[in-house]
Ligand binder design. Sequence first.
Ligand code: PRX
Length: 657
Amino acid sequence: MSTEVLHREHRHFAPDATWVAQANVSGHAAYLALVREAERDPEEFWGRLARTYLVWKTPFQTVLNDRNPPFYRWFEEGTLNASHLCLDVPIERGMGEKTALIFESDDGTVTTLTYHALHERVCRFANALKSLGIGKGDRVIIYIAMSIEGIVAMQACARIGAIHSVVFGGFSAKSLQERILDTGARLIITADGQKRGGKIIQLKAIVDEALSMGAGMVEKVIVYARTGENIPWDSARDLWMKPLEESQSPLCIPTWVEAEHPLFILYTSGSTGKPKGVQHATAGYLLWSILTMTWVFDHHPEDVYWCTADIGWITGHTYVNYGPLAVGATQVIYEGIPSWPHAGRFWSMISRHRVSVFYTAPTAIRSLIKASNLDPEIHPQRFDLSSLRLLGTVGEPINPEAWMWYYQQVGNSRCPIADTFWQTETGGHVIAPLPGATTLVPGSCTLPLPGIDAAVVDETGQEVPPGHGGSLVIRRPWPAMLRNLWGNPERFQKTYFPSELKGYYLAGDGAVKDPTTGYFTITGRIDDVLNVSGHRLGTMEVESALATHPMVAEAAVVGKPDDITGEAIVAFVVLKQQRPAGAEAQQLASTLRQWVTREIGPIARPRDIRFGDNLPKTRSGKIMRRLLRSLACGEPMTQDISTLENPTILDQLRETL
Ligand code: PRX
């Protein structure tokens, strides 16, 4: 049943006339014209855009092959190459000497690279990969920090048709190894370490540890020398990136691939089982990267664009690597963290590099609000942010108060905010305002992009009335949608296109549509997926990690709201031994936190661990998660607990350490 959502936000901000005049999509009527074109004849619409915005080696004939849903195929007969689009095409269009990347390291050193220079590095490295026998369809794991080298590695894979799978540097050896095995990767590209917040963090050592658990098909490990620290070396397997690259020719003809050739696999958490290898196709994904850069980020040639996401996440794929390069943008990439050496780092970088378009996560905004309340010296108003013209957010719902602060204090009440809703699976933005066309409402991601048939439905796929909450779906296929889960088509079909939902794409988020404006507000995940600092984690993943500890009998994990991180992880644990108390409980909680960090990575580390003799369960043995959520939040319990076998455990589980 849908529930009526009563809260309404009344503040709204219409685009001003100068913005409308210069925008790529100029005015609401222009937006509506695109929406109507897409509704009238979706294939005609997508076909037109794919012919206009992509550069094909061989043209396609069929826009959409939907004979075997949900295994849709787009632009089937066409061939192209992603790296050609991102490098050769901007150069052919006269942007060879334009700066592509402005890299700022943790310690503030700046390195810039033109499109020509990046092209040369990518070609040399692509040739190096070829010299190691890597070619079309081979999987390559990239485990590296934010760096020029990370982008070179992704682009080089794309150039030769190899399928990259980037693993975020914060994942543990075990998580890395699972991805190495699942992809069947033949090669790993990594760095000796990374620099973050003045510290050095090992990367190669984690790769070594992962491979020592079983290397699968991995033959070689290429290492970018970032820190220069001494690291263990296997001379039969390991190779330094620089000499390898420099010995190669700077020319590498792109390997033309079919439109549907997988460009990459990126793992993300679901509500059940192991992380899923989301597989994206070359042409449809690139088309949407370019269109959303043009429509939502209103890309203009003179922009200096900065997306703070790491390349280990989808945002870093679409809005650091592929999208900005494919439109010939100049972009900033940053190695470190927002709080180093002070929490004004983002603002000082915007000021120094004259950034005009800035895209970050609500969790970062909230932590910077807190920091600038404590220290007025690093308040954004202390910096020259006059270069900014557009702001964006992604990763989780943004609360209206954080939105207002971002708008007023960072954007000086003159920069629109694009609150972009999307997912690893959608490839790019799906619900987002167009800055020169859409009136903004804090906390709402506003309207679906042209061609995206989003709706809020009940359990049977029926649309619920506006003002009522339901499940967010996308009813028609679109070119950037995921194509499969690597090696698991059944799970792909079952998870995203459940039969009761008429074949619609199921996002896994709750949403509500405003009765007057039709604007969407995302209310958060409706499955057992947590969102901690904009990172997705399955409760079951964390529970399984805890359960492998020899002392743990059973564990249940829920999220509780957190002012900075959105959600924080709370774990309820039953030990095989007696329930611990006092210092012993503290000690065990710390051991278990470290255990989860080792098993998954620091992002999965529980904030709060509570011990009980048992977990609250229904008669049929199902854990009462809603009850646990109330306990985690310290809320009064409204649930019926009459069926609970041992109500005293609730008192135990209420106790924080
Ligand atoms: O719950 C939604 C939330 O992040 C999830 C997708 O996470 P991931 O695949 O890791 O991709 C994050 C970056 C695209 C969604 O299911 N989410 C993302 N953006 C928003 C959001 N929730 C509300 N508003 C957003 N703008």
